[in-house]
Design a protein around this ligand. Sequence first.
Ligand code: G3P
Ligand code: CA
Length: 247
Amino acid sequence: MKPKIYAHRGASNYAPENTMPAFQLAYNMKTDGIETDVQLTKDNVPVLIHDEHVNRTTNSIGYIRDLTYHELKQLDAGSWFSPKFKGTTIPTLEELLTWIKDKSIYLNIELKNNKIDYKYIEAIVYEQIKAYQLINRTTISTFNPNSVKRMAAHTNFRELALLTSKRIRNPIQFVKELGANALHVKYNLVNPSMVTLAQQQHVKLRIFTVNRPARIIRSIKYGVDGIFTDVPDVALYYKHLMLGKQQ
Ligand code: G3P
Ligand code: CA
């Protein structure tokens, strides 16, 4: 049932973002899906971290692209959030795919290639998701329109989304021109006519990042396909309250 609730970077209000504890917690909360961010290490391993550098969310500094997988795995990605999570590491995409394989929830993988256009990131991520047979419940998204075009041309992702936090002219038409079939848009840019047009054009429309109850309620009323939230428990509570429990 719409909207699907996606735990943004896992249940990131309660556990360090983009870590296995945050994903597990979201799953325990019965989230519909999980959203995460992918960057590439120096040796081309896809890892789950939002920023291009490790400064904010680990005990070290430096760019992901300058660190090898082995170097990155030594870092503590939990203590910045709470001492309770000391020793938590940055997960690889493969760790997440292994974990999610037997869980019937959706996955949104955001390629973080709008600031650093990592070479081959699309192909590397596509091959891993295909190998885990997770294409059918995965949406791939990026803020980089050129990357969307490349994926439309060279991969068979079932759902390909353009992300935008800026107002663009005719966004639904733009998405279709790129070869995508979903638009992930910042909360303040959504309006009822965008929702209607997206439905008419068979473009999935999802909103980020919706945390406040009033905004969650409004998003559910809009009838969008998905909501990205740091508080999946709160969003699920309102979804069930407003729409009932049947999924
Ligand atoms: O995928 C939706 C949202 O995560 C995009 O923004 O900056 O939180 O990755 P950001
Ligand atoms: Ca993201």
